[in-house]
Design a protein. Structure first.
Length: 502
Protein backbone atom coordinates (compact mmCIF):
# COMPACT_ATOMS: atom_id res chain seq x y z
CA UNK A 1 0.00 0.00 0.00
CA UNK A 2 1.21 3.51 -0.84
CA UNK A 3 -0.21 6.97 -0.26
CA UNK A 4 -2.11 6.53 -3.54
CA UNK A 5 -3.42 2.99 -2.92
CA UNK A 6 -5.28 0.98 -0.30
CA UNK A 7 -5.21 -2.71 0.57
CA UNK A 8 -8.23 -4.91 1.30
CA UNK A 9 -9.77 -5.64 3.70
CA UNK A 10 -10.34 -2.04 4.80
CA UNK A 11 -12.05 -3.31 8.00
CA UNK A 12 -10.21 -6.44 9.08
CA UNK A 13 -12.60 -7.78 11.70
CA UNK A 14 -16.18 -9.02 11.91
CA UNK A 15 -18.20 -6.05 10.60
CA UNK A 16 -20.77 -8.38 9.13
CA UNK A 17 -23.25 -7.50 6.35
CA UNK A 18 -22.09 -3.88 5.90
CA UNK A 19 -24.21 -1.12 4.43
CA UNK A 20 -23.05 2.39 3.65
CA UNK A 21 -24.43 5.84 2.90
CA UNK A 22 -22.92 9.26 2.08
CA UNK A 23 -24.20 12.51 3.56
CA UNK A 24 -22.28 15.52 2.29
CA UNK A 25 -18.58 14.75 2.65
CA UNK A 26 -19.09 12.02 5.23
CA UNK A 27 -19.59 8.29 4.82
CA UNK A 28 -21.36 6.15 7.38
CA UNK A 29 -21.50 2.38 7.74
CA UNK A 30 -23.50 -0.02 9.89
CA UNK A 31 -23.32 -3.79 10.28
CA UNK A 32 -25.04 -6.77 11.86
CA UNK A 33 -24.63 -7.05 15.63
CA UNK A 34 -26.82 -10.13 16.24
CA UNK A 35 -27.56 -10.66 19.95
CA UNK A 36 -25.04 -8.21 21.41
CA UNK A 37 -25.99 -4.95 23.14
CA UNK A 38 -25.58 -2.16 22.34
CA UNK A 39 -26.31 -3.09 18.74
CA UNK A 40 -26.15 -1.59 15.24
CA UNK A 41 -22.61 -0.14 15.29
CA UNK A 42 -22.14 3.18 13.50
CA UNK A 43 -18.85 3.87 11.71
CA UNK A 44 -17.65 7.08 10.04
CA UNK A 45 -15.13 7.77 7.28
CA UNK A 46 -14.08 10.61 4.99
CA UNK A 47 -12.23 8.43 2.46
CA UNK A 48 -13.94 4.97 2.52
CA UNK A 49 -10.64 3.42 3.67
CA UNK A 50 -10.11 4.70 7.21
CA UNK A 51 -13.04 4.12 9.56
CA UNK A 52 -13.79 4.95 13.19
CA UNK A 53 -16.58 3.72 15.43
CA UNK A 54 -18.76 6.64 16.55
CA UNK A 55 -21.64 4.91 18.35
CA UNK A 56 -24.54 2.49 18.20
CA UNK A 57 -28.12 2.99 17.10
CA UNK A 58 -29.70 0.52 19.56
CA UNK A 59 -28.99 0.47 23.30
CA UNK A 60 -31.22 -2.51 24.09
CA UNK A 61 -32.56 -5.23 21.84
CA UNK A 62 -36.33 -5.63 21.55
CA UNK A 63 -38.36 -7.33 22.84
CA UNK A 64 -36.10 -6.90 25.88
CA UNK A 65 -37.18 -10.13 27.58
CA UNK A 66 -36.08 -12.12 24.51
CA UNK A 67 -32.50 -10.85 24.95
CA UNK A 68 -32.10 -11.15 28.72
CA UNK A 69 -29.94 -14.21 27.99
CA UNK A 70 -27.45 -14.72 25.13
CA UNK A 71 -28.85 -15.46 21.68
CA UNK A 72 -25.56 -15.21 19.83
CA UNK A 73 -26.73 -15.81 16.24
CA UNK A 74 -30.13 -14.11 16.55
CA UNK A 75 -31.19 -10.48 16.90
CA UNK A 76 -29.98 -7.82 14.46
CA UNK A 77 -29.40 -9.28 10.99
CA UNK A 78 -28.19 -7.41 7.88
CA UNK A 79 -29.24 -3.79 8.42
CA UNK A 80 -29.77 -1.17 5.71
CA UNK A 81 -28.65 2.41 6.36
CA UNK A 82 -30.27 5.31 4.50
CA UNK A 83 -30.58 9.11 4.75
CA UNK A 84 -33.97 10.61 3.88
CA UNK A 85 -35.92 13.72 4.89
CA UNK A 86 -32.92 15.00 6.90
CA UNK A 87 -32.86 11.84 9.02
CA UNK A 88 -30.81 8.67 9.19
CA UNK A 89 -32.82 5.45 8.93
CA UNK A 90 -31.82 1.87 9.70
CA UNK A 91 -34.03 -1.12 8.87
CA UNK A 92 -33.11 -4.66 9.88
CA UNK A 93 -34.68 -8.08 10.18
CA UNK A 94 -34.85 -10.12 13.35
CA UNK A 95 -35.55 -13.62 11.97
CA UNK A 96 -37.73 -14.48 14.97
CA UNK A 97 -39.63 -11.18 15.30
CA UNK A 98 -39.88 -9.34 11.99
CA UNK A 99 -38.69 -6.11 10.38
CA UNK A 100 -37.61 -3.26 12.68
CA UNK A 101 -36.70 0.37 12.05
CA UNK A 102 -34.97 3.18 13.96
CA UNK A 103 -34.22 6.73 12.85
CA UNK A 104 -32.37 9.82 14.09
CA UNK A 105 -31.64 13.43 13.06
CA UNK A 106 -27.87 12.83 13.34
CA UNK A 107 -25.68 9.76 13.21
CA UNK A 108 -24.87 10.07 16.92
CA UNK A 109 -28.57 10.26 17.74
CA UNK A 110 -30.78 10.46 19.54
CA UNK A 111 -32.14 7.32 17.86
CA UNK A 112 -35.75 6.29 18.24
CA UNK A 113 -36.63 3.06 19.99
CA UNK A 114 -36.96 0.06 17.68
CA UNK A 115 -40.30 0.10 15.84
CA UNK A 116 -41.74 -3.13 14.46
CA UNK A 117 -42.66 -2.37 10.85
CA UNK A 118 -43.85 -5.88 10.00
CA UNK A 119 -44.15 -8.85 12.32
CA UNK A 120 -43.35 -12.31 11.04
CA UNK A 121 -40.98 -15.26 11.14
CA UNK A 122 -38.10 -15.37 8.69
CA UNK A 123 -38.37 -11.78 7.43
CA UNK A 124 -34.75 -10.71 6.97
CA UNK A 125 -32.46 -8.24 5.19
CA UNK A 126 -34.98 -5.41 4.58
CA UNK A 127 -34.04 -2.34 2.59
CA UNK A 128 -36.19 0.77 2.01
CA UNK A 129 -36.28 3.17 -0.93
CA UNK A 130 -37.88 6.59 -1.08
CA UNK A 131 -38.45 7.51 -4.74
CA UNK A 132 -37.84 11.27 -4.91
CA UNK A 133 -39.41 11.48 -8.39
CA UNK A 134 -42.80 10.02 -7.44
CA UNK A 135 -42.96 10.39 -3.65
CA UNK A 136 -43.58 6.64 -3.35
CA UNK A 137 -41.75 4.51 -0.79
CA UNK A 138 -40.86 0.84 -1.12
CA UNK A 139 -39.24 -1.96 0.84
CA UNK A 140 -37.66 -5.24 -0.26
CA UNK A 141 -36.68 -8.15 1.99
CA UNK A 142 -35.40 -11.72 1.87
CA UNK A 143 -36.41 -14.88 3.73
CA UNK A 144 -34.73 -17.16 6.28
CA UNK A 145 -35.68 -20.77 5.57
CA UNK A 146 -34.86 -21.79 9.15
CA UNK A 147 -37.88 -19.81 10.35
CA UNK A 148 -40.20 -19.56 7.37
CA UNK A 149 -39.48 -22.62 5.26
CA UNK A 150 -38.80 -20.21 2.37
CA UNK A 151 -35.56 -18.88 0.91
CA UNK A 152 -33.96 -17.81 -2.38
CA UNK A 153 -36.56 -15.17 -3.11
CA UNK A 154 -37.08 -11.45 -2.64
CA UNK A 155 -40.40 -9.87 -1.68
CA UNK A 156 -41.34 -6.26 -2.43
CA UNK A 157 -43.79 -3.97 -0.63
CA UNK A 158 -45.11 -0.47 -0.92
CA UNK A 159 -44.22 1.35 2.28
CA UNK A 160 -45.79 4.32 4.07
CA UNK A 161 -43.54 7.32 3.41
CA UNK A 162 -43.01 7.79 7.14
CA UNK A 163 -41.38 4.34 7.29
CA UNK A 164 -43.69 3.00 9.99
CA UNK A 165 -45.75 0.45 8.06
CA UNK A 166 -46.07 -1.54 4.85
CA UNK A 167 -49.09 -0.84 2.64
CA UNK A 168 -49.65 -4.28 1.13
CA UNK A 169 -49.09 -7.97 1.73
CA UNK A 170 -46.07 -8.03 -0.55
CA UNK A 171 -45.31 -9.53 -3.93
CA UNK A 172 -42.62 -11.97 -5.04
CA UNK A 173 -40.41 -9.82 -7.26
CA UNK A 174 -37.33 -12.04 -7.70
CA UNK A 175 -37.51 -15.84 -7.53
CA UNK A 176 -34.00 -17.29 -7.31
CA UNK A 177 -35.34 -20.78 -8.04
CA UNK A 178 -36.13 -19.60 -11.57
CA UNK A 179 -32.54 -18.45 -12.19
CA UNK A 180 -30.32 -21.39 -13.24
CA UNK A 181 -27.54 -22.04 -10.72
CA UNK A 182 -28.71 -19.50 -8.16
CA UNK A 183 -29.38 -20.41 -4.53
CA UNK A 184 -29.62 -18.59 -1.18
CA UNK A 185 -30.56 -15.25 -2.71
CA UNK A 186 -30.63 -12.74 0.16
CA UNK A 187 -29.26 -9.41 1.46
CA UNK A 188 -30.96 -7.07 -1.07
CA UNK A 189 -30.05 -3.40 -1.26
CA UNK A 190 -32.52 -1.22 -3.18
CA UNK A 191 -31.66 1.84 -5.31
CA UNK A 192 -33.07 4.04 -8.09
CA UNK A 193 -30.56 4.95 -10.80
CA UNK A 194 -30.72 6.06 -14.41
CA UNK A 195 -34.45 5.39 -14.62
CA UNK A 196 -34.14 1.83 -13.27
CA UNK A 197 -34.97 0.21 -9.98
CA UNK A 198 -31.84 -1.67 -8.89
CA UNK A 199 -31.52 -4.48 -6.38
CA UNK A 200 -27.94 -5.43 -5.51
CA UNK A 201 -28.22 -8.82 -3.83
CA UNK A 202 -25.88 -11.74 -3.12
CA UNK A 203 -26.47 -15.44 -3.61
CA UNK A 204 -24.58 -18.69 -3.21
CA UNK A 205 -23.92 -18.64 0.55
CA UNK A 206 -21.53 -16.67 2.72
CA UNK A 207 -18.40 -18.72 2.01
CA UNK A 208 -18.80 -19.43 -1.69
CA UNK A 209 -21.27 -16.90 -3.07
CA UNK A 210 -21.32 -14.03 -5.53
CA UNK A 211 -22.83 -10.57 -5.92
CA UNK A 212 -25.80 -10.14 -8.24
CA UNK A 213 -27.45 -7.07 -9.72
CA UNK A 214 -31.12 -6.90 -10.75
CA UNK A 215 -32.87 -4.13 -12.63
CA UNK A 216 -36.42 -3.29 -13.70
CA UNK A 217 -38.29 -0.26 -15.00
CA UNK A 218 -41.02 -0.80 -12.38
CA UNK A 219 -40.43 -1.67 -8.75
CA UNK A 220 -42.52 -4.85 -8.91
CA UNK A 221 -40.65 -6.04 -11.98
CA UNK A 222 -39.99 -7.91 -14.10
CA UNK A 223 -36.29 -7.93 -13.18
CA UNK A 224 -33.33 -9.07 -15.24
CA UNK A 225 -30.11 -10.14 -13.54
CA UNK A 226 -26.35 -10.41 -13.85
CA UNK A 227 -23.47 -11.61 -11.68
CA UNK A 228 -21.30 -8.54 -11.09
CA UNK A 229 -18.68 -9.80 -8.57
CA UNK A 230 -17.31 -13.28 -7.86
CA UNK A 231 -14.13 -14.93 -6.63
CA UNK A 232 -12.73 -15.97 -10.05
CA UNK A 233 -8.99 -16.69 -9.62
CA UNK A 234 -8.49 -14.53 -6.50
CA UNK A 235 -8.07 -15.50 -2.84
CA UNK A 236 -11.27 -13.66 -1.85
CA UNK A 237 -13.90 -16.33 -1.29
CA UNK A 238 -17.59 -15.45 -1.48
CA UNK A 239 -17.21 -11.70 -2.16
CA UNK A 240 -20.72 -10.33 -1.72
CA UNK A 241 -23.43 -8.59 0.33
CA UNK A 242 -22.83 -4.93 0.85
CA UNK A 243 -23.70 -1.46 -0.35
CA UNK A 244 -23.05 0.98 -3.19
CA UNK A 245 -22.03 4.57 -2.54
CA UNK A 246 -21.13 7.52 -4.80
CA UNK A 247 -18.52 10.12 -3.89
CA UNK A 248 -19.01 13.89 -4.38
CA UNK A 249 -16.87 13.72 -7.55
CA UNK A 250 -19.10 11.00 -9.03
CA UNK A 251 -16.99 7.90 -8.39
CA UNK A 252 -18.85 4.72 -7.48
CA UNK A 253 -17.66 2.22 -4.85
CA UNK A 254 -19.00 -0.97 -3.31
CA UNK A 255 -18.32 -2.25 0.22
CA UNK A 256 -18.91 -5.98 0.86
CA UNK A 257 -17.80 -8.78 3.14
CA UNK A 258 -15.62 -11.88 2.90
CA UNK A 259 -16.25 -14.80 5.29
CA UNK A 260 -12.99 -15.59 7.12
CA UNK A 261 -13.69 -18.37 9.59
CA UNK A 262 -13.12 -17.40 13.22
CA UNK A 263 -12.48 -13.80 12.17
CA UNK A 264 -16.04 -13.48 10.87
CA UNK A 265 -16.93 -11.26 7.92
CA UNK A 266 -14.24 -8.73 7.04
CA UNK A 267 -15.01 -5.73 4.82
CA UNK A 268 -13.55 -5.03 1.35
CA UNK A 269 -13.84 -1.94 -0.84
CA UNK A 270 -14.32 -2.43 -4.58
CA UNK A 271 -14.24 0.14 -7.38
CA UNK A 272 -17.46 0.25 -9.37
CA UNK A 273 -18.24 1.50 -12.87
CA UNK A 274 -21.09 1.21 -15.37
CA UNK A 275 -20.66 -0.62 -18.68
CA UNK A 276 -22.07 0.43 -22.05
CA UNK A 277 -25.27 -1.54 -21.36
CA UNK A 278 -25.82 0.32 -18.11
CA UNK A 279 -24.86 -2.54 -15.77
CA UNK A 280 -22.51 -2.13 -12.80
CA UNK A 281 -19.04 -3.67 -13.00
CA UNK A 282 -17.38 -4.29 -9.62
CA UNK A 283 -13.71 -4.78 -8.82
CA UNK A 284 -11.37 -5.68 -11.67
CA UNK A 285 -13.92 -6.64 -14.33
CA UNK A 286 -15.95 -8.58 -11.78
CA UNK A 287 -13.09 -9.98 -9.66
CA UNK A 288 -12.26 -8.50 -6.24
CA UNK A 289 -9.17 -6.30 -5.99
CA UNK A 290 -6.54 -6.60 -3.27
CA UNK A 291 -4.64 -3.35 -3.86
CA UNK A 292 -6.22 -0.45 -5.72
CA UNK A 293 -6.07 3.28 -6.24
CA UNK A 294 -7.72 5.16 -3.39
CA UNK A 295 -11.04 6.93 -3.93
CA UNK A 296 -10.83 10.50 -5.21
CA UNK A 297 -11.34 11.99 -1.77
CA UNK A 298 -9.26 14.22 0.51
CA UNK A 299 -6.36 12.38 2.14
CA UNK A 300 -7.11 11.31 5.69
CA UNK A 301 -4.81 10.15 8.49
CA UNK A 302 -4.76 6.40 9.18
CA UNK A 303 -7.63 5.34 11.43
CA UNK A 304 -9.41 2.20 12.58
CA UNK A 305 -12.10 1.33 15.12
CA UNK A 306 -10.70 1.56 18.65
CA UNK A 307 -9.64 -1.55 20.54
CA UNK A 308 -7.45 -0.41 23.48
CA UNK A 309 -9.03 0.79 26.71
CA UNK A 310 -7.82 2.16 30.07
CA UNK A 311 -11.41 2.26 31.39
CA UNK A 312 -11.26 5.79 32.84
CA UNK A 313 -13.64 6.14 35.78
CA UNK A 314 -14.72 2.55 35.27
CA UNK A 315 -16.28 3.40 31.91
CA UNK A 316 -15.61 1.26 28.87
CA UNK A 317 -15.29 2.44 25.28
CA UNK A 318 -17.89 2.08 22.56
CA UNK A 319 -15.99 -0.87 21.04
CA UNK A 320 -17.44 -3.10 23.76
CA UNK A 321 -20.82 -4.88 23.79
CA UNK A 322 -22.48 -7.28 26.22
CA UNK A 323 -23.63 -10.72 25.15
CA UNK A 324 -27.22 -9.78 26.09
CA UNK A 325 -29.13 -6.71 27.25
CA UNK A 326 -27.35 -4.89 30.08
CA UNK A 327 -28.68 -5.17 33.63
CA UNK A 328 -27.90 -2.73 36.42
CA UNK A 329 -24.95 -3.65 38.57
CA UNK A 330 -22.75 -5.50 36.11
CA UNK A 331 -20.19 -2.67 35.88
CA UNK A 332 -19.50 0.02 38.47
CA UNK A 333 -18.31 3.55 37.79
CA UNK A 334 -15.77 4.92 40.26
CA UNK A 335 -13.19 7.66 40.73
CA UNK A 336 -10.14 5.83 39.41
CA UNK A 337 -9.24 3.96 36.26
CA UNK A 338 -10.02 0.33 35.57
CA UNK A 339 -13.07 -1.70 34.66
CA UNK A 340 -14.80 -2.98 37.80
CA UNK A 341 -17.06 -5.92 36.97
CA UNK A 342 -19.32 -7.48 39.56
CA UNK A 343 -18.87 -11.21 40.11
CA UNK A 344 -22.39 -11.99 38.95
CA UNK A 345 -23.80 -15.15 40.47
CA UNK A 346 -24.86 -17.75 37.93
CA UNK A 347 -25.88 -21.39 37.76
CA UNK A 348 -24.08 -21.42 34.39
CA UNK A 349 -20.65 -20.50 35.75
CA UNK A 350 -19.24 -23.58 33.99
CA UNK A 351 -20.17 -22.35 30.48
CA UNK A 352 -19.31 -18.83 29.27
CA UNK A 353 -21.53 -19.29 26.21
CA UNK A 354 -24.62 -19.04 28.44
CA UNK A 355 -23.63 -15.88 30.32
CA UNK A 356 -25.20 -12.49 29.46
CA UNK A 357 -22.64 -10.41 31.37
CA UNK A 358 -19.54 -10.96 29.23
CA UNK A 359 -18.15 -7.72 27.81
CA UNK A 360 -16.91 -8.43 24.29
CA UNK A 361 -15.25 -6.94 21.25
CA UNK A 362 -14.26 -8.33 17.86
CA UNK A 363 -11.19 -10.51 17.38
CA UNK A 364 -8.86 -8.66 14.95
CA UNK A 365 -8.32 -10.34 11.59
CA UNK A 366 -4.53 -10.02 11.77
CA UNK A 367 -2.19 -11.83 14.20
CA UNK A 368 -2.14 -9.89 17.44
CA UNK A 369 -1.36 -9.98 21.15
CA UNK A 370 -4.12 -9.14 23.63
CA UNK A 371 -3.15 -8.06 27.14
CA UNK A 372 -5.04 -6.98 30.25
CA UNK A 373 -4.31 -6.61 33.95
CA UNK A 374 -6.64 -8.26 36.47
CA UNK A 375 -7.20 -8.12 40.22
CA UNK A 376 -9.81 -10.37 41.87
CA UNK A 377 -11.58 -8.52 44.70
CA UNK A 378 -13.81 -11.33 45.91
CA UNK A 379 -13.61 -13.57 48.93
CA UNK A 380 -16.30 -15.89 47.56
CA UNK A 381 -15.06 -19.46 46.98
CA UNK A 382 -15.43 -20.20 43.27
CA UNK A 383 -15.51 -16.53 42.21
CA UNK A 384 -13.50 -16.02 39.05
CA UNK A 385 -12.67 -13.49 36.36
CA UNK A 386 -10.68 -13.56 33.18
CA UNK A 387 -9.93 -12.93 29.54
CA UNK A 388 -11.70 -15.16 27.03
CA UNK A 389 -11.88 -16.08 23.37
CA UNK A 390 -15.54 -16.86 22.85
CA UNK A 391 -17.22 -18.82 20.06
CA UNK A 392 -19.10 -22.08 19.88
CA UNK A 393 -15.91 -23.33 21.51
CA UNK A 394 -14.20 -21.11 24.06
CA UNK A 395 -11.07 -20.73 26.10
CA UNK A 396 -10.18 -18.40 28.96
CA UNK A 397 -7.42 -17.60 31.42
CA UNK A 398 -7.86 -15.71 34.66
CA UNK A 399 -8.11 -15.89 38.46
CA UNK A 400 -10.28 -17.96 40.77
CA UNK A 401 -10.75 -17.91 44.55
CA UNK A 402 -10.27 -21.41 45.92
CA UNK A 403 -12.08 -23.11 48.78
CA UNK A 404 -8.88 -22.62 50.82
CA UNK A 405 -9.13 -18.84 50.38
CA UNK A 406 -6.16 -18.60 48.01
CA UNK A 407 -6.35 -17.04 44.56
CA UNK A 408 -5.14 -19.20 41.68
CA UNK A 409 -4.38 -18.64 38.01
CA UNK A 410 -6.64 -20.97 36.05
CA UNK A 411 -6.92 -21.76 32.33
CA UNK A 412 -9.99 -23.53 31.00
CA UNK A 413 -11.68 -24.35 27.71
CA UNK A 414 -14.68 -26.11 26.21
CA UNK A 415 -14.96 -27.62 22.76
CA UNK A 416 -18.06 -26.88 20.68
CA UNK A 417 -19.91 -30.06 21.69
CA UNK A 418 -18.98 -29.87 25.38
CA UNK A 419 -21.61 -28.85 27.93
CA UNK A 420 -19.09 -27.46 30.41
CA UNK A 421 -15.51 -26.23 30.59
CA UNK A 422 -12.51 -28.23 31.76
CA UNK A 423 -8.96 -27.39 32.77
CA UNK A 424 -6.37 -26.70 30.12
CA UNK A 425 -3.58 -26.37 32.69
CA UNK A 426 -2.93 -27.02 36.37
CA UNK A 427 -3.82 -24.07 38.60
CA UNK A 428 -1.00 -21.88 39.87
CA UNK A 429 -1.03 -19.75 43.03
CA UNK A 430 -1.34 -15.98 42.53
CA UNK A 431 -0.12 -14.70 45.92
CA UNK A 432 -1.18 -11.07 45.46
CA UNK A 433 -4.51 -11.85 43.82
CA UNK A 434 -3.24 -10.05 40.70
CA UNK A 435 -2.13 -11.19 37.26
CA UNK A 436 -1.39 -9.95 33.80
CA UNK A 437 -3.10 -11.98 31.10
CA UNK A 438 -2.11 -12.37 27.48
CA UNK A 439 -3.52 -14.13 24.43
CA UNK A 440 -1.31 -14.38 21.35
CA UNK A 441 -3.60 -14.95 18.37
CA UNK A 442 -1.58 -16.19 15.41
CA UNK A 443 -2.43 -17.26 11.89
CA UNK A 444 -5.71 -19.08 11.62
CA UNK A 445 -6.84 -17.58 14.96
CA UNK A 446 -4.71 -20.12 16.84
CA UNK A 447 -4.49 -18.70 20.36
CA UNK A 448 -1.73 -19.16 22.90
CA UNK A 449 -2.58 -18.22 26.51
CA UNK A 450 -0.03 -16.72 28.91
CA UNK A 451 0.04 -15.17 32.39
CA UNK A 452 2.43 -13.13 34.51
CA UNK A 453 2.14 -13.02 38.33
CA UNK A 454 5.33 -10.99 38.67
CA UNK A 455 7.96 -13.44 37.48
CA UNK A 456 7.56 -13.00 33.72
CA UNK A 457 5.28 -14.44 31.11
CA UNK A 458 4.46 -18.12 31.44
CA UNK A 459 2.72 -20.08 28.69
CA UNK A 460 -0.35 -22.01 29.79
CA UNK A 461 -1.91 -25.09 28.23
CA UNK A 462 -2.04 -26.09 24.56
CA UNK A 463 -2.77 -23.80 21.63
CA UNK A 464 -6.51 -23.17 21.22
CA UNK A 465 -8.00 -22.72 17.74
CA UNK A 466 -10.69 -20.02 18.01
CA UNK A 467 -14.02 -20.83 16.40
CA UNK A 468 -16.93 -18.66 15.25
CA UNK A 469 -20.58 -19.05 16.10
CA UNK A 470 -22.76 -19.96 13.12
CA UNK A 471 -22.92 -16.36 11.85
CA UNK A 472 -20.72 -14.43 14.31
CA UNK A 473 -16.93 -14.34 14.39
CA UNK A 474 -15.01 -15.21 17.55
CA UNK A 475 -15.14 -12.57 20.28
CA UNK A 476 -12.67 -11.38 22.88
CA UNK A 477 -14.33 -11.13 26.28
CA UNK A 478 -13.84 -9.91 29.84
CA UNK A 479 -15.97 -11.42 32.61
CA UNK A 480 -16.42 -11.83 36.34
CA UNK A 481 -18.75 -14.39 37.94
CA UNK A 482 -19.48 -16.50 40.98
CA UNK A 483 -21.41 -19.70 41.61
CA UNK A 484 -25.12 -19.50 42.37
CA UNK A 485 -25.92 -18.44 45.92
CA UNK A 486 -27.05 -15.53 48.04
CA UNK A 487 -25.49 -12.17 48.71
CA UNK A 488 -22.96 -9.95 46.97
CA UNK A 489 -19.97 -11.95 45.67
CA UNK A 490 -17.46 -9.13 45.20
CA UNK A 491 -15.91 -7.84 42.00
CA UNK A 492 -12.89 -7.93 39.70
CA UNK A 493 -10.94 -5.01 38.26
CA UNK A 494 -9.42 -5.01 34.76
CA UNK A 495 -6.77 -2.48 33.69
CA UNK A 496 -4.83 -1.49 30.60
CA UNK A 497 -6.52 -3.53 27.90
CA UNK A 498 -4.29 -3.56 24.81
CA UNK A 499 -4.28 -5.23 21.37
CA UNK A 500 -0.96 -5.01 19.52
CA UNK A 501 -0.16 -6.41 16.07
CA UNK A 502 2.21 -9.35 16.01
Amino acid sequence: MTAETYTNPVLNADWSDPDVVRVGDDFYLTASSFGRAPGLPLLHSRDLVNWTLVGHAVDRLEPAKEFAAPRHDCGVWAPSLRHHDDRFWIFWGDPDQGIFQVNAPAIRGPWTRPHLVKAGKGLIDPCPLWDDETGEAYLVHAWAKSRSGVKNRLTGHRMHPDGTALLDEGKLIVDGDRIPGWFTLEGPKLYKHDGWFWILAPAGGVETGWQGAFRAREFFGPYEERIVLEQKDTDVNGPHQGGWVRTPSGEDWFLHFQQCGAYGRVVHLQPMRWDTDGWPVLGNDGAPVTVHRRPDLPTQPPAAPATDDDFPGGRFGRQWSWTANLRDGWATQHSGDGLRLTCVRSADAHDLRKLPHILTQRLPGNPCAVEVGLRLDSEEPGARAGLAVLGDAFGWIGLQRGADGAVHVVHRFAEAVAERERDAEHARLAPEGRVRLRIEAGDGARCRFLHDIGDGWTSSGPVFAATPWRWVGALLGLFALAPAGAGHAGAATFTHFRIDPQ
